[in-house]
Design a protein around this ligand. Structure first.
Ligand code: PMP
Length: 380
């Protein structure tokens, strides 16, 4: 099938796989084995990857902590910061965060933290007036995603960082969907912590990073206990092949992002216009301009999304985040932007990426439109 679910995950770029392979076989050493060349070679490879990840987001290598992905990075910052620092007891987040932010927040609420969940505007961006009112001298951390995994909306992170810092709070952003897709620089945005995931940017699954601004590392308590790897923040033997692949994926993204983003956005616009031409009453969700280039969230009239998807088996589509599909609850993101139950259940998410072609987009638009027409004719 034509793969249009790049928000769920991306394939490894073959160039990424190429650089990983030697680290699965000949260069298999443990980077902590400093006595021999096996270990030293692995350690060098990890440090090079750390620099490549750092370079993509405008950080220093010493500010990158490798984790198993954005889920772990989100948990590490939310749980790790709050277990060592209880001087301030308010956490501010938003209604459209990924579950790996919202679930730790739920636990923090149970532990007595005051969790403020900011509403978003119908375009999916955070209500800044509400943010300004919520971020106060009691606030320890503001955690707001950079871009949404369902509707693609990009948040005003620089403004939020400024609001947070003015009150002495720290700013964390879950940048899993943004890094490698849109310009993202921790210095320009004023970020203290950022979560990154390799498998969203054509790297392998199960590897990611937490950016920790220099000087803040000691404020985090590790989630796991063991050896001293990753600056005593994340014990366990490093996944060297995955880290090397993550580094290469970041290097490629840095080189190719501007052109790729333009190409992917043009394909997305083509898909949206072809569908809009054939289906009256289509609704596109998310911010019209401040949106991920490959994202399209579409609410269809008169049908249910899962029925539509089942009738387009030649295209790999999704109703919402892969992590919560399979439940009959409507997506919390779609609910937060004001869609009712019926609209949320009539919404599909399309993710376009590096390997999507124009032919695939034209074919997918045609197949989706035909399926919709048939379903409506048959009265579903
Ligand atoms: N945050 C966002 C916004 C995501 O889209 C995802 C992946 N669905 C995650 C966090 C979790 O990332 P990982 O798969 O690396 O744990």
């Amino acid at each position: 099938p034509i793969y249009l679910d790049y928000h769920a995950t991306t394939p490894c770029d073959p160039r990424v796989v190429e650089v990983m392979l030697p680290y699965l076989t000949g260069d298999f050493g443990n980077p902590a084995s400093g006595f021999h060349v096996y270990g030293r070679r692995a350690a060098r490879a990890v440090e090079m990857a750390r620099e490549q990840v750092a370079a993509l987001i405008g950080a220093q290598a010493s500010e990158i902590v490798f984790t198993s992905g954005a889920t772990e990075s989100n948990n590490l910052v939310l749980l790790g910061l709050t277990s060592s620092d209880q001087s301030r007891r308010r956490i501010v987040t938003t209604a459209v965060e990924h579950k790996s932010v919202l679930e730790p927040c739920r636990i923090l609420h149970e532990r007595g933290f005051e969790v403020v969940v900011l509403p978003v505007l119908p375009d999916g961006t955070v209500d800044l007036a509400a943010a300004e009112a919520a971020i106060n001298e009691e606030t320890l951390l503001v955690s707001v995603q950079t871009a949404n995994n369902e509707i693609g909306s990009i948040q005003p992170i620089a403004v939020l960082a400024e609001l947070a810092h003015r009150r002495g709070a720290l700013l964390h952003t879950d940048a899993a969907q943004a890094v490698g897709k849109i310009p993202f620089n921790v210095e320009e945005l004023g970020i203290d912590f950022a979560s990154v995931s390799a498998h969203k940017l054509y790297g392998p699954k199960g590897i990611g990073a937490l950016y920790v601004r220099s000087g803040l590392r000691r404020r985090l308590t590790p989630l796991l206990l063991g050896g001293g790897q990753e600056f005593n923040l994340r014990p366990g033997t490093l996944n060297v092949p995955a880290i090397v692949g993550f580094g290469e994926a970041c290097r490629l993204a840095r080189e190719e992002m501007p052109e790729e983003a333009r190409r992917v956005a043009a394909l997305r616009d083509l898909l949206e216009s072809q569908l809009a031409n054939r289906i009256p009453g289509l609704r596109f969700n998310g911010h019209r301009t401040r949106r991920l280039p490959g994202n399209s969230s579409i609410t269809f009239p008169k049908i249910e999304a899962d029925v539509l998807i089942a009738n387009v088996p030649e295209v790999a589509l999704s109703t919402g985040s892969a992590c919560s599909s399979g439940t009959i609850e409507p997506s919390h993101v779609l609910t937060a932007i004001g869609l009712d139950w019926e609209e949320a259940h009539a919404t599909i998410r399309i993710g376009i990426g590096r390997f999507t072609t124009r032919e695939e987009i034209e074919r997918a638009a045609h197949l989706i439109a035909i399926a919709w027409e048939r379903l409506v004719e048959a009265g579903q």
